[in-house]
Design a protein around this ligand. Structure first.
Ligand code: TNX
Length: 470
């Protein structure tokens, strides 16, 4: 059997296997020092070990790896994790977890590793179908194993508003009452949301909350009809419909701006991370001048509340300042504004639908999913290069990549598992690993060995025929 140290996903920058191996037993201890305690305890908990002031597994905050990178050394007698940052140590733990066999054998060798892109994200839509705090925590624990460091939560859409806003309580009591299919829906109280943020932070995940405005707001309009232009409440929307972008806040009413100011202020206060995502996609029901005016005012508020704005790339229609990050979600080169924005100095977040939309079917036989962006089997997701994908958007302009998991078709957490695995690890490798390690044949060989781990973790993954599962 090949050494697990040659099966790490995402592929490390450098791997040097040796013939050593370390055996983890009940007596194995994790050595804890002041500056490594948090990650040390997490490591011990994850591997079921105890901690102490001495131990065979040591963590150190001295490393030659770049920030957020790490070095990992496994010999017959010791395991050493080294990094300059706590995040780097956390990443080292994720690699170490992949090296441990069921019998506690850790294959020997040395690894030097660090990320290619700063932003390696997954997006979960909790609006179309609601997922509980525990379900989101479970997703976080799944994705950190692949060094994903951003979780973007799509908190509001036509079908449901999922975050309590103190000044506008009906958003959740009315706007959060249902979901696609007409089921009971749900929402996070601010306290629950804080708990989620804290959990993400403890896993070195930056949580990005998205409030999708000025379109995709039917749930808010049901709750507060004064936000529509005619003042009439629309009915709750519990299907996926055929027309997207049918709802809009009224951009001519001042109350609209009081509303978004309250929302953005409260969401900013709940969020320690640097970003607020303001949606801005498919605002087909918003008049063009109204759209630009609205976006500029919303961007001023985001800035006033100390955050950097992200928006789906349509936001470029409003000529936002260069600090705004457009999230590209279409197909290659179908919007010249993205390359123009990169030339002006915007950082670009890449989520091309025909590559990384995890709500697409794998094949025509997939039981759930859309196909509007094509069928996406593992190889389709893996075989592209974020550094050269869009003409005029060089690697330096790319902040990273993100895989959206829209939830029109996700009825329960098993559906999250099925759509995210094994595709999300492919996205993670594109975001983390250097281009030089990119190799489909090698990736499928390594990925195959992860299936039994997912099974052990209860992840109901899709056993793609492209992967020679172990
Ligand atoms: C497009 S991508 C949308 C979402 C849908 C998704 C379904 C984007 C910014 N908008 O509202 O859920 O397609 O694939």
């Amino acid at each position: 059997m090949t050494s697990r140290i040659t099966c790490v996903v995402p592929a490390p920058v450098e791997v040097h296997p040796s013939t050593d191996s370390f055996r983890i037993t009940e007596a194995t201890r994790v050595r804890i020092t002041d500056d490594t305690a948090t990650v040390g305890h997490y490591l011990a908990e994850t591997l079921g070990l105890t901690t102490g002031s001495t131990g065979e597994i040591t963590l150190s905050r001295q490393s030659t790896a770049p920030a957020d990178g790490y070095q990992l050394t496994v010999t017959n007698t010791a395991i050493t994790l080294r990094a300059n940052t706590e995040t780097g140590l956390f990443m080292a733990v994720q690699t170490l977890r992949q090296l441990v066999s069921d019998e506690g054998i850790v294959d020997g060798g040395e690894i030097l590793d660090y990320p290619r892109f700063a932003h390696r994200g997954a997006m979960l839509d909790v609006s179309r179908h609601f997922f509980t705090v525990d379900e989101v925590k479970r997703f976080i624990d799944q994705i950190v194993q692949y060094k994903i460091n951003v979780l973007h939560l799509h908190l509001t859409d036509d079908q449901g508003w999922r975050l309590e806003i103190t000044n506008w309580p009906k958003l959740t009591t009315i706007g959060g009452a249902t979901q696609v299919g007409g089921g009971p829906g749900g929402f996070y109280t601010q306290q629950e949301f804080r708990e989620l943020v804290a959990y993400a932070t403890s896993r070195h995940i930056t949580l990005i909350p998205e409030i999708d405005i000025p379109g995709h707001v039917n749930a808010a309009l049901v709750a507060y009809p004064e936000l529509t232009c005619d003042g009439v409440a629309p009915p709750l929307f519990t299907t996926t419909g055929t027309a997207t972008g049918f709802s809009s806040l009224c951009t001519d009413k001042e109350i609209t701006y009081q509303f978004i100011d309250d929302v953005l202020r409260e969401v900013a206060a709940l969020t320690p991370g640097p970003y607020l995502h303001i949606g801005t996609d498919e605002a087909h029901a918003t008049p063009e001048e109204g759209y630009a005016k609205f976006i500029r005012r919303a961007l001023d508020m985001v800035q006033r509340y100390g955050k950097q704005a992200i928006g789906w790339h349509e936001i470029l229609r409003a000529d936002p300042p260069t600090g705004t990050i457009p999230q590209f979600w279409s197909k290659a080169d179908d919007d010249p504004r993205v390359a123009e924005a990169a030339a002006r100095g915007h950082k670009i977040l890449l989520s091309p639908a025909n590559k990384v939309y995890l709500d697409m079917k794998y094949t025509p036989d997939s039981p759930i999913g859309y196909k509007w962006a094509g069928y996406l089997d593992v190889r389709d997701v893996y075989d592209w290069d974020p550094g050269t994908y869009l003409q005029g958007v060089p690697e330096e302009a790319v902040i990273g990549i993100e895989a959206p998991l829209w939830a029109e078709h996700l009825k329960h957490r098993g559906h999250i598992d099925f759509m995210a695995f094994p595709r999300l690890p492919a996205v993670a490798e594109l975001g983390w690993s250097p281009r030089e390690t990119h190799d489909w044949q090698d990736f499928r060989r390594r990925l195959a060995t992860h299936g039994p781990r997912w099974t052990a973790q209860g992840i109901e993954f899709y056993p793609s025929t492209q992967i020679p599962w172990a």
